[in-house]
Design a protein around this ligand. Sequence first.
Ligand code: LMR
Length: 404
Amino acid sequence: MFSHIPPYAGDPVLSLNEEFQTDTRPSKVNLSIGVYFDDTGKLPIMRAVNKAESTRQTSIAPHPYLPMAGHAQYREVAQKVVFGADLKDRLRDRLTTIQTLGGSGALKVGADFLKHYFPQSHVWASDPTWDNHKVLFEGAGFAVNHYPYYDPQSGGVRFTEMLETLDRLPAQSIVLLHACCHNPTGVDLSGDQWAELAPIFFRRNLIAFIDMAYQGFGSGIDEDAAGVRLLAEAGVPLLVASSFSKNFSLYGERCGALSVVCASAAEAERVLGQLNAKVRANYSNPPTYGATLISRVLSDEALTAEWTDELHGMRTRMLSMRSALHARLNGKVDDSLRARYINQRGMFTYTGLNKTQVDRLKNEFAIYLVNSGRMCVAGLSESNVDYVASSIAVVAAADTNNRA
Ligand code: LMR
């Protein structure tokens, strides 16, 4: 019956991460998956989460289903983190949010919803984008196209070409944007650039779908959401897929949210109903545990402050690792490529290393980067940064020699 099923080619991130787990070489370094590790290479349990967990009922509690839209308090706190308390209050009932299975779950429910009500629309994603965007939106039945984004020459954004492309799109096209910490390049739009986008969405009658998986890992919770808030404030029809999986270090609990900014409360209520329908069709309703922990932290002032503080520490550690690698590569790789380690933001740096170099790093040095040359700087530590720098120097030198 199943003999015609072809083998799965694997996922560029998750399959590589699985390969890393089975690598027995003691010097191995995981710079592939977008997961934050501390300086000892461990996945942190955040202090605020630990405290929220310890106040949990110790006796076995009942395990009812959550509503399709998820945990009510979690939905509230998610809105506050994504939109900020002030804008959330001003948007009031025009804003609707459901709990989802991570940011990916939010993208999937949003994609199914959009496909149902905008069947003719195409999706436009940045070039390049997170590989799974294409898989996910194509899986929902969309054609996925790309607008110009990253400039490999300058290491910046091809903003003029991006605007020109968006300004030619058919009405109701869906434009997928990264709120912050662009995955895979680490190159974000500036505040001014976000402001220039808004009028195009109105002029061309476009739908914005913003993916915010790394809030807090760029410049801060509020700073990283500035683009989202700007478009929401401007009244652009907007979906936001957000995630607490990473900024709460609760990856396996799949803590995401999908928010939609509508034109009226009545519209938002109907949208919420149809999002519920898509949730029901996909997984019925979301799980309780992560949502309970997060709502407990974010509805307690002291725990929220502790969480924000720890997130700041994570951000600072990644910045110091960026600087450390930048310093150690001095004279070993081209200065313009080296500058990217400190100019790019968030978990990822687009190193400019090609597939051959990435393969050599894995095969000869047990250092894992994604094939595109994307490095997750959160996998660097005081104890491996010298090794990573000297290994990059070896593969970069071989490439220069080959070209010479
Ligand atoms: C990544 O890009 O590494 C993360 O978002 C994890 C994933 O699911 O791909």
